[in-house]
Ligand binder design. Structure first.
Ligand code: OOG
Ligand code: NI
Length: 268
């Protein structure tokens, strides 16, 4: 599959869970011209037919190479970033997976049931990355149980596989070229931002400066025909700084990422 086709498929799927992204994209293009993506991110379950080691082949087939591995002990996540081997302008990819075996027994049981219903061949085709649910809709009560201890688990169990955010690169934009100016644009247009750990994550010292919206709240169907409004997907904005060698930093910053994950948390 062509890179452009891949990102088009992801975007079409993503904006259904984050209608705000379409408006924001349009706003940024009106002010400042075409948008470049810094990265997109995915979430999945470890130890399953859709674990990262089963899905990675699709990322590699697009020409990406693994760059760095990350660990988020509190959220019980592994993550890996990917850079494109030959197209430096291609967005980076950030892929995390939940180490669900480390969750308390009641939650583990819910996820075990989900995973047991995933087809063994579910990861065969690349479209698995935007297929959404690969299991029957969970019950609302299961969702609320998951949310209490792992917002990530609840999000993934309710939505399935999607790009959970796109990220507008601010690095080379003509005018909205700082995170502060992006914040100003977003705030005056009335979008709610993720303030967990502080509004702006990182800066020149970490070589990556980020801000993200709070996920749109979208109606989702649960088992027994119940519909509830829960956080869907969000939009991120990132500025990268050059390393001492003079190349733009291509990594992620664990302390910042830990808080960016919370863009899909329920408002408390
Ligand atoms: C990924 C959060 C981390 C970043 O840029 O640090 C991240 C997620 O929400 O799945 O994207
Ligand atoms: Ni991100």
């Amino acid at each position: 599959m062509q890179l452009s086709e891949f990102f088009n498929e992801l975007w079409t799927d993503y904006i259904r869970l984050s209608p705000q992204a379409e408006s924001i994209h349009e706003l940024f293009e009106q002010v400042d011209g075409p948008v470049c993506n810094d990265h997109v991110a995915f979430r999945t379950f470890s130890d399953s037919p859709i674990a990262l080691d089963k899905l990675q082949k699709h990322i590699l087939s697009l020409g990406y190479t693994p760059d760095e591995d990350y660990d988020f002990p509190e959220k019980k996540l592994n993550a890996r970033s990917y850079v494109h081997a030959t197209a430096p302008e291609a967005p980076l990819i950030f892929f995390s997976e939940l180490r669900w075996l480390e969750l308390p027994p009641a939650l583990r049981q819910i996820i075990q049931n989900i995973i047991a219903s995933i087809d063994q061949g579910a990861a065969a085709n690349i479209d698995v990355l935007w297929r959404g649910l690969l299991w029957p809709r969970i019950r609302w009560q299961e969702y609320t149980l998951l949310v209490e201890q792992s917002e990530y688990a609840a999000w993934l169990a309710a939505h399935g596989l999607h790009a959970n955010h796109f990220t507008i690169s601010l690095t080379e934009r003509p005018t909205i070229n700082t995170v502060a100016s992006a914040v100003e644009q977003l705030r005056s247009a009335g979008f709610r931002l993720n303030k967990s750990g502080g509004l702006i994550k990182g800066g020149p010292d970490t070589l990556l400066e980020q801000v993200s919206t709070l996920a749109d709240v979208v109606p989702v169907r649960f088992a027994a025909g119940q519909i509830h409004e829960i956080p869907g997907c969000y939009y991120e904005f990132a500025k990268r700084y050059p390393t001492r060698e003079g190349n733009l930093f291509r990594g992620f910053v664990p302390a910042s990422a830990d808080k960016i994950f919370e863009s899909t948390h329920h408002a408390r």
